[in-house]
Design a protein around this ligand. Structure first.
Ligand code: CU
Ligand code: CU
Length: 358
């Protein structure tokens, strides 16, 4: 099945069948009200009368080379870590590669990726560390890496205009086959991101060249179960609209693989919005409230006790919460349309066990 043939409305119908399959027969979830398929008169996408696209089966995570459950907790503290001039140095290797990724059962997206995955590696360090990010462009188009954070202009990863001196803008686009090492001291602490900044930017971002960049405060944060969620969307037919939405790329991934939590456990969720085309995305937590740290650059919450937060593209923050009762709890975009197109998941909260296993 070609992604280009999949119209947005058809995916909704397919997505619905996935939801029903996920929830159908589960007596744990008697009150899930899966919405009926949306009517086609919303001005979005096409509504050809050529039948229903049904999504069957499961995404082949092995073929993708990554599993959404692993992406949640896959922190990269450096491929090489050492001390230099009494400073911790962390080296990372990022390679841009073109890769087809299955974003929903049977639906393949011709992606551009860092290290073959979307989002790319979650780069993690402590404020004050010196980072050396070795970037190799093994893709078919010129790319860069632009980090959010504080650094010199040369390390900013933007395209250079002809004739601009290197020390003002850096190397510009890294051509296919070329490489460059971005180097800077990690600051400020917070929940950040990186992404390709090649032109046209919206294409390079929505194709999948982005990832989480977490800088821990020197004093650390209180102990918690930490999760990374990058909100994203996929324009599968190149009409500048997303047909599929997700956190961490695979539609409904955390309906199929519930995220296990314990009652009373403190959860820290790094939330980043890299959705292209739509002005905002949002996160809504069911049956609990969270503290929110906008950009993660403070140690005290910027919002207390909210259950929904919205982010524009590039915005991000940290959510902290804990569930007091066992059960299954949904989280999803509070744009219902996004939720029905893949951006929803479930926490499975169980009582703390006495056997000491975390
Ligand atoms: Cu790019
Ligand atoms: Cu940015």
């Amino acid at each position: 099945m070609s992604a280009a043939n999949v119209k947005r409305r058809h995916f909704i119908l397919g997505a619905l069948s996935t939801v029903l399959a996920a929830f159908g027969g589960s007596r744990l979830l008697p009150s899930i009200d899966a919405a009926p398929p949306r009517q086609s008169s919303n001005g979005h996408g096409g509504s050809h009368g050529d039948g229903v696209f049904g999504v069957m089966g499961e995404v082949d995570h092995e073929r993708n080379g990554f599993h959404p459950s692993e992406l949640l907790v896959d922190f990269n503290y450096g491929d090489r870590v050492y001390e230099e001039d009494r400073r911790t140095v962390r080296e990372y290797n990022l390679v841009a590669v073109d890769k087809e990724i299955e974003i929903a059962p049977g639906l393949f997206f011709p992606a551009w990726t860092y290290n073959g995955r979307i989002p790319g590696p979650t780069i993690r360090c402590t404020e004050g560390d010196l980072l050396r990010i070795h970037f190799v462009n093994a893709g078919s188009h010129p790319h860069t890496i632009h980090f959010h954070g504080i650094h010199a202009a040369v390390m900013d990863g933007i395209p250079a205009m002809p004739g601009m001196p290197f020390d003002m803008v850096g190397p510009g686009m890294i051509q296919p086959g070329d490489s460059f090492t971005y180097e800077f001291v990690a600051e400020p602490f917070g929940c950040h991101l990186y992404h390709c900044h090649a032109i046209p930017l919206k294409r390079h971002i929505h194709k999948g060249l982005y990832g989480a960049f977490i800088v821990d405060p020197p004093e650390g944060r209180p102990e918690a179960t930490e999760l990374v969620m990058v909100m994203n969307g996929f324009d599968t037919n190149f009409d500048d609209e997303n047909e599929v939405y997700a956190v961490n790329t695979v539609a409904f991934a955390y309906n199929n693989d519930l995220i296990p939590l314990k009652v009373g456990e403190r959860v820290r969720l790094y939330l980043i919005n890299l959705t292209e085309f739509d002005l905002i995305n949002s996160f809504h937590l069911h049956a609990e409230f969270f503290d929110y740290y906008d950009h993660g650059t403070t140690l005290t919450p910027t919002q207390r006790r909210v259950d929904t937060v919205m982010q524009c593209q590039g915005q991000r923050g940290i959510l902290e919460f804990s569930y007091q009762k066992p059960g299954m709890y949904m989280f999803h975009a509070h744009q219902s349309e996004f939720a029905e197109l893949g951006w929803m998941g479930m926490f499975h909260v169980t009582e703390e066990e006495n056997n000491g296993s975390a």
